[in-house]
Design a protein around this ligand. Sequence first.
Ligand SMILES: Cc1ncc(COP(=O)(O)O)c(C=O)c1O
Length: 398
Amino acid sequence: VSTIYDGKTHVAEPTTAVWTLGKPMRPEFSLEPGTDFLNHGSFGAPPRAVLEAAGRWRNRLEANPDVFFREVLPGALREAASALARFVGARPQDLVFVDNATAGMNAVLRSLSFSPGDEILASSHVYGAVRQAIRHVCERSGAKFVVAELALPVADAEALVSSLAERMSERTRLLVLDHIASPTGLVFPVAQLARLARARGARVLVDGAHAPGQIALDLPALGVDWYVGNCHKWLFAPRPCGFLWAHESAQDGLHPLAISHDYGRGFGPEFDWTGTRDPAAWLAVVDAIRFLEALGADRVRAHGHELAVASATKIARAWDSVLDGPAALHGSMMAIRLPGRLCRGLAADRGGARELMSVLIAEQRIVVAVMPIGNALWARISASVYNQPADYDRLASL
Ligand SMILES: Cc1ncc(COP(=O)(O)O)c(C=O)c1O
């Protein structure tokens, strides 16, 4: 076994080189030339070096699948989980891999029991797939889905807190929070909201799909029960690479979507094997963390934040439009309301948003997320390590 896996050979040596963020980073990624990529947030973009690391894991697997799955994977997976746990301030035994944030959120929601009269509370900015999962759980249990409306632009953090706090009741059993809301990039004050919810006896499930890599994380300090994250967005892991963290008091009765051999043997074992899958993306998370740390995680976050805020401000001025909220409530994403003249009469719904995205890609080669929020369409921009100020000029000039 040691000749196949020695626990080290897959990891690139740490580099002392100082990388210049922005345009010089673009060749490190496979992104096609000539397109403005302003939507790192939706699917991420793994660097070539991290994809190569995943490829090396696949080669090792294919050299002897039996040895790999039976003898190599269990240890390698726990080692990768430990590296990720360190990155998010957690204990390794409280963290497991899942395919993606959708799977992690579903695993928690579908492991819990609700009764008629119970309430599950979420913001109107909750991610669409998670909204459907909550609806499903409510339809099966008779629980009520309470949606806290959040109007844009948001004035300050207090507006985020009060929108949800006003809808908490003694019947709230579960608060589902986005750490970074998908439509806008607004960062919710999770610890403060979790304190309010728990004081009322509610449990707290956080969807942190956009958080790892984009903002600094110390999961245990948030005071929540469960935290789901994606590593294939802002942590530069290959896809799909999600994780689920559960407080030690919130692991009993928690099961993966696919029940397998280790059912009943505890949180880690149950999630570590849910049938035969390609584990390369999870194992390469070690290299993704290395990549981010070689660039400097704080430096990357500062680059993303400053670039997102400056670019969104520039675009809002050019469009004579508004931002979704103040700069201080954002990491590396921000949203600008699209002026009517750019919306081509499209409906402010999911279909209209998708169509406008397609038009912008086909006609302008601009990839930017278009979001239906309230009765308007908004453009959400992302700022990743390969983005530079000029990337946003063509969008601003439309
Ligand atoms: C807040 C939020 N939750 C969940 C997801 C779903 O992520 P995935 O498709 O990787 O499951 C996304 C994707 O953008 C998201 O923004």
